[in-house]
Design a protein around this ligand. Structure first.
Ligand SMILES: [Zn+2]
Length: 410
């Protein structure tokens, strides 16, 4: 059964007179009342104390001996109690870098969780970024039908100023004897003699194996795959035939997707107090001095037509508003709808603009470029304030960290 509330029955802690109360889950619940009416007795000495006690009970007897005994609060029963954390007033510090997460140390566990379990998602395609290792290649080969013949290839990566002929000659000296061209293995010497073949896609043949399911083959493969990754600068390819049909599979040791190389998740990447993880724009504060949306749109009950955008009211800037109003029908923008009723996408459009009108951001870029004129400096100052960092949207972390997501139930 899914419980959706904490059910407290007949608590008599301190001066509480047998109170029964249900506290809903997933809600912000405030306990208020006169001084001495028993708010702390309910919140700290009943709910939190019982949550802590149950947590300690779940630990081993060995650990419990160091923690001291916790008495059961005077209450008939408490149901639906999740693990409890208490944040007392005294632990709140004035350090702007301190958050509920850091002062309770929960953030430490979250960093670890994301670093170990998180998967990096490419912001371009949404695909999960993966990299392969030698074992992945061997496991794949061993999963193919028994006795499949497999070519292990490396793409040819030419170093600067070296032609393919020179490169292959060096490869030959290092003991490689064949390349793979047009779906067949060709001796390097023969390939170099045939001048016509040189425009074709050539790959280095590192090994040719038959998966016979034997342990020795696996060991030999491990060496070959390592060489293939090395020669291919982190990439290798398998070509094989199944039921007469030619197939290929590429493996990459590089943590990359959509042509972007990603950093692998680490604990530091999720720490906003560490340059590795902190958002470069706000240095991990989550706030910057910038154009404040609240100053630009002071009255959100107005529509764009009614001059909701304060910086476009004056004569000098009204052409920006006009461009939007004259073209709004082309992209179906509701110029008469109050700002506060616009969708998130519509608000974003106001700031970013499109091919028909310059957005608020573009307007302020223009103002910034005119700062040598006093009136523009004054204008800029009027709309600048401490505002949510536009880069990290207050999350304090750099974009790489925000690409890492947790997937449950997999
Ligand atoms: Zn930021």
């Amino acid at each position: 059964m899914i419980e959706t509330k904490i059910e407290i029955k007949n608590t008599r802690v301190h001066n509480l007179k047998g109170i029964s109360v249900d506290i809903p889950h997933n809600k912000l619940v405030v306990v208020s009342g006169l001084s001495g009416s028993g708010k702390s007795s309910l919140a700290f000495d009943t709910v939190y104390a019982e949550g802590q006690r149950r947590y300690v009970e779940s630990l081993s007897a060995y650990i419990r001996q160091f923690l001291g005994r916790m008495n059961k609060p005077e209450v008939d029963y408490i149901n639906g109690l999740p693990p409890a954390i208490a944040i007392e007033q005294k632990v709140i510090s004035n350090n702007p870098r301190s958050t509920v997460g850091t002062s309770t140390e929960i953030y430490e566990y979250l960093k670890l969780l994301f670093a170990r379990v998180g998967k990096t998602v490419s912001p371009v395609s949404g695909q999960i970024v993966q990299k392969d290792n030698i074992k992945d290649v061997i496991d794949f080969i061993m999963s193919l039908p028994l006795d499949t013949e497999i070519y292990l290839l490396s793409p040819i990566v030419l170093s600067e100023n070296r032609t393919i002929e020179e490169h292959l000659t060096v490869m030959q000296q290092q003991g490689f004897s064949r390349v793979f061209v047009d779906n067949e293995a060709v001796r390097i010497g023969d390939f170099l003699e045939k001048k016509t073949a040189k425009n074709k896609k050539v790959k280095l043949l590192v090994d040719r194996v038959r998966n016979d399911g034997r342990k020795e083959t696996e060991n030999r493969l491990a060496d070959s795959v390592q060489v293939a990754f090395f020669e291919g600068h982190g990439v290798c390819e398998l070509i094989y035939k199944i039921a007469g049909e030619s197939k290929s599979h590429t493996f990459s040791e590089i943590f990359e997707a959509d042509g972007i190389i990603f950093s692998e998740p680490s604990v530091e990447m999720f720490s906003f107090n560490n340059p590795v993880g902190a958002c470069p724009k706000c240095e991990g504060f989550g706030k910057t001095i910038g154009i404040s949306p609240d100053l630009v749109v002071p009255d959100k009950s107005l529509s764009v037509y009614q001059d909701a955008i304060a910086c476009w009211r004056g004569d000098s800037a009204k052409e920006w508003k006009q461009a939007l109003i004259m073209n709004a029908d082309k992209f179906d923008f509701p110029i008469h709808r109050p700002y506060c009723e616009l969708s998130e996408e519509q608000i974003e459009l106001l700031w970013k603009g499109n091919q028909y009108f310059g957005g608020i951001n573009q307007y302020f870029d223009f103002v910034e470029s005119q700062q040598y004129k006093i009136q523009y400096r004054v204008l800029l100052a009027r709309y600048r304030d401490v505002t949510l960092c536009p880069e990290c949207k207050g999350t304090r972390l750099r974009p790489e960290a925000r690409n890492v997501k947790l997937f449950f139930g997999q």
